[in-house]
Design a binder for this molecule. Structure first.
Ligand SMILES: Cc1cc2nc3c(=O)[nH]c(=O)nc-3n(C[C@H](O)[C@H](O)[C@H](O)COP(=O)(O)OP(=O)(O)OC[C@H]3O[C@@H](n4cnc5c(N)ncnc54)[C@H](O)[C@@H]3O)c2cc1C
Length: 399
């Protein structure tokens, strides 16, 4: 008797490996009421081959033993860097793969601004994948597509969250020299349904369909990035990560997938060849590499990853760093976030309340944090007015 029944939701990351491997195509990925995908086996069609159980990266954990190296780095191409979430390292690697005739799998928006994996084969199309989309991406049948390209001898770059890379590797099942994987340090993935509600909310407010979304505009700087929606009526909504209702819900950990609160892939020993992240804390560790335009932290996890860096290093500014010091500013690399006690209520009222009311009700900062933030804002305002902001910044850096 095969049993792919998900007994506890924290045990399924929604990676789609089982969906992709089923020889009878009798596994559907169904949304639960929170909007996350889980497998459902059609028992009338199932031939009980158990491939779905053997492919599950949670039921069959891979132990990785390696010695990753960490770098602070950014792309020398200013334009790419500004249009990327951190230092634009994804694009450097993707361009190299395309140069060699390869295929790049990544995460973009579909025509309705849902978030999904797909592939591109040219430089011009890479724009679709640039920039983080803070939503769980739908893998669909991209694992099958990637394997087809690998079997044809094409090079494949596959990018995704660590659980998606684990799912892909488990599905592929053997070492392909022509497969290159990049994962990210992942805070956790919010529900696609919550994202849908937010897009609908913004469209209702503007009275127009959305035509472009960016999660990370750097106009106010990389550290204080903004979310932007451009609408067909040429109006724009824009606000920074602290005020934007969706980013508040994301960063308050109120709408992440259940498995993200007990993530099995938080480790320095990763299955990908390169891990990409923001280099939070760069102003403290290497201030000379911080111009607030975005600096990446990368882990180079394998000889393939090292060979790639050798290939692209002339196109980037980089410096070797101590991995433990770097991670001390980016705990998402190794630690899951805590479950927000409001999470259940948030999802219960998701269909009832307007998005702004929902977030105000369940994602408010504590009074002490609000007071602290107000004091900092007033302090910065005074320093700006008296022309002493840069002086204070340089004193703080030296300390
Ligand atoms: C859900 C999520 C959570 C993250 N959490 C953290 C964190 O806590 N700390 C941290 O330092 N960095 C985090 N990152 C990584 C960070 O946002 C940047 O992706 C990373 O710094 C790479 O930036 P870049 O400038 O090199 O590339 P960019 O041009 O920004 O490239 C984006 C890359 O991310 C991939 N991508 C985009 N959206 C998704 C998605 N929804 N799921 C999977 N892959 C996606 C694209 O395919 C592409 O490969 C997170 C990313 C995501 C998607």
């Amino acid at each position: 008797m095969i049993d792919l029944e998900i007994k506890q939701k924290i045990d399924c990351t929604g990676c789609y490996a089982c969906f992709n491997i089923c020889p009878k195509n009798c596994i559907e990925m169904e949304n639960d009421y929170e909007g996350f995908w889980y497998p459902k086996v059609d028992s009338n069609e199932c031939i009980k081959c158990e491939q779905c159980i053997r492919v599950c990266p949670i039921l069959n954990k891979t132990i990785v033993e390696n010695e990753p190296m960490a770098y602070a780095c950014y792309n020398k191409d200013e334009n790419i860097r500004i249009n990327s979430s951190s230092g634009g390292i994804f694009t450097l690697v993707a361009e190299e793969i395309i140069n060699r005739g390869g295929v790049v799998f990544g995460v973009g928006f579909d025509e309705d601004f849902n978030v999904a994996h797909s592939y591109v084969e040219s430089y011009g199309e890479l724009d679709r994948f640039r920039g983080s989309k803070y939503v769980q991406s739908k893998i669909g049948d991209t694992f099958k597509q990637a394997k087809d390209f690998l079997d044809q001898g094409r090079e494949v770059l596959f990018t995704g969250t660590p659980c998606q890379i684990a799912g892909l590797k488990s599905y592929i099942g053997k070492d392909y020299n022509n497969l290159f994987c990049m994962d990210n340090i992942c805070h956790g993935v919010p529900s696609p349904k919550v994202w849908r509600k937010y897009v609908d909310f913004r469209e209702r407010k503007s009275g127009s369909k959305v035509q472009r979304i960016s999660f990370r505009l750097k106009d106010e700087g990389w550290k204080r990035y903004s979310v932007s929606f451009l609408f067909e009526n040429n109006t724009e909504y824009r606000d920074n990560l602290r005020n934007d209702f969706y980013m508040r819900a994301f960063l308050k950990d109120v709408c992440l997938r259940p498995s993200c609160y007990a993530c099995e892939f938080k480790t320095l020993n990763r299955e990908s060849d390169i891990t990409m992240a923001d280099f939070w804390g760069i102003q403290r560790i290497l201030p000379e590499m911080d111009d607030d335009k975005g600096t990446s932290l990368i882990f180079v996890n394998s000889p393939k990853g090292q060979a790639m860096i050798e290939k692209v290093k002339d196109k980037m500014i980089y410096k070797l760093v101590d991995i433990h010091q770097a991670v001390s500013f980016n705990s998402a690399a190794i630690k899951s976030v805590k479950l927000n006690p409001n999470r259940e209520n948030f999802f219960e009222e998701l269909d009832e309340l307007d998005f702004d009311k929902l977030v105000k009700k369940y994602c408010a900062d504590k009074l002490s944090i609000r007071v602290k933030r107000k004091i900092i804002t007033i302090g910065i305002f005074i320093l700006k007015k008296t022309g002493t902001l840069n002086l204070v910044k340089s004193i703080l850096r030296k300390n």
